[in-house]
Design a protein around this ligand. Structure first.
Ligand code: TRP
Ligand code: SF4
Length: 400
């Protein structure tokens, strides 16, 4: 019924690192060749935890977009925009807030988790509680059926599905639907009407799909049934309304194995990152300082790659040959740790070179980035407005 569409967003947290590249951006770059894609900067979402310090969100947003472009996200293929430039997200969020049960929001696992994790901040705010609902609005407003996210975001996608279902249930019906449906049933003639009612009851009580098929076959027999009548009877049969908002699905992104400089997952909060466009001297310096197997105190001590975070980086950056060289050389102390690190340094620099190159024109001419976002936001807004027209109409808020 609706075209396939991918949508994803990222909060502007400042410069992105190689963990973002391997965990998210590489996947976006792939998806942009497979589906129509929308990627956006979730700047309002950043406010939910940064309401006391909003300065810097704008700059972090521009930096992040440059990183996307550097990673190979192509504005000629994907629509790139900034959430706050499409104010319809806020309108849908407001309308959804009227029908979103508080209990659903309180039960979203990230709510309590994040509150506990960021305990030095007062997150008992309306906006923070509503985070998943704003995210639902982001998704539903584009009728996106595919949302690439990591594992941690899956509950938010499920929540969005429930919100869409509830919305369709509440507003996806014409006024007086039940009554009109019953009237239409009478048009079937008494014998068929009785049979239809039996099948309907059977389906609603037993959930037996076969009953639906039989009922459809029954309706097929009635040749003078109008399209509208038929739709109505099908909806009445299954207890569904019209689909105004599309239930999205998560497109689960495999967890990134990208290790940081200390062997833990690469993350800004661990201070173990290499940024996407970090300069070569700094990358080299960080890698050379990286801890290795603690058993290798002297150059002549043999080591075990399994106890060494550098080995984890070899998993990402080296081929089988090189990895065999590391295994053999480390265990026999034939190579030193600096020798071992060199192919990783080379691999990272090789990966970053095209990114730095792609970013350069945007750094030279920031206006280009502004134009990409203005263009993308206008496109997104066009889609968002279409959905809002249907939403307002379904809710009876159509003043034309
Ligand atoms: N909550 C997401 C995150 O923290 C960001 C986000 C906001 C998002 N709105 C979205 C992701 C809509 C996918 C779709 O990563
Ligand atoms: Fe780690 Fe390589 Fe040194 Fe072995 S040789 S401890 S794998 S850095």
């Amino acid at each position: 019924m609706y075209a396939e569409r991918v949508l994803s967003g990222m909060r502007p947290t400042g410069s992105l690192h190689l963990g973002h590249y391997h965990g998210v951006l590489k996947n976006w770059v792939k998806l942009q060749h497979e589906y129509p894609c929308l990627f956006f900067v979730a700047d309002w979402h950043a406010l939910t935890t940064r309401y006391d310090d909003p300065q810097g969100i704008v700059e972090a947003s521009w930096d992040m977009v440059v990183d996307w472009l550097a990673a190979g996200v192509d504005p000629a293929r994907a629509t790139l925009f900034i959430q706050s430039q499409v104010p319809e997200h806020a309108e849908l969020h407001l309308l959804l807030s009227m029908m979103a049960p508080l209990g659903w929001l309180e039960r979203v696992p990230t709510y309590k988790d994040q509150q506990e994790k960021l305990e030095n901040k007062d997150l008992s705010t309306y906006g923070f509680l509503g985070y998943p609902l704003l995210q639902s609005a982001d998704i539903l407003i584009y009728r996106a059926d595919k949302v690439p996210v990591g594992e941690d975001q899956v509950p938010h996608i499920e929540f969005s599905r429930e919100v869409a279902r509830r919305f369709n249930h509440l507003y996806g019906r014409e006024p007086g639907f039940e009554e009109k449906a019953r009237e239409t049933v009478r048009k079937l003639g008494s014998k068929r009407a009785r049979r239809y009612e039996e099948l309907r009851t059977y389906y609603q009580q037993q959930g037996e799909r076969l009953a639906i098929e039989r009922a459809h076959a029954l309706l097929d027999e009635v040749h003078d049934l109008s399209h509208v009548d038929r739709e109505r009877l099908c909806g009445y049969l299954e207890g569904t309304g019209k689909m105004i908002l599309v239930e999205p699905g998560a497109l689960l992104t495999a967890a990134s194995r990208m290790p940081g400089l200390d062997g833990q997952k690469m993350s800004k909060s661990y201070g173990n990152t290499i940024t996407l466009r970090e300069d070569a001297a700094s990358v080299t310096h960080k890698l050379r300082r990286m801890p290795t197997d603690p058993a290798r105190i002297r150059r002549t001590d043999p080591g075990d790659p399994e106890n060494c975070p550098v080995w984890q980086l070899h998993q990402v950056y080296s081929d089988d040959n090189c990895r065999a060289w590391v295994q053999q050389g480390c265990r026999s102390a034939a190579i030193g740790c600096l020798d071992c690190k060199q192919p990783v340094i080379d691999g990272i620099l090789r990966e970053q070179a095209p990114m730095r190159e792609r970013a350069q024109p945007y750094l030279d001419k920031p206006q280009l980035v502004r134009e990409i976002i203005a263009d993308g936001s206008a496109k997104a807004r066009h889609l968002a407005r279409e959905t809002m027209r249907d939403v307002r109409q379904a809710m009876g808020l159509d003043y034309r």
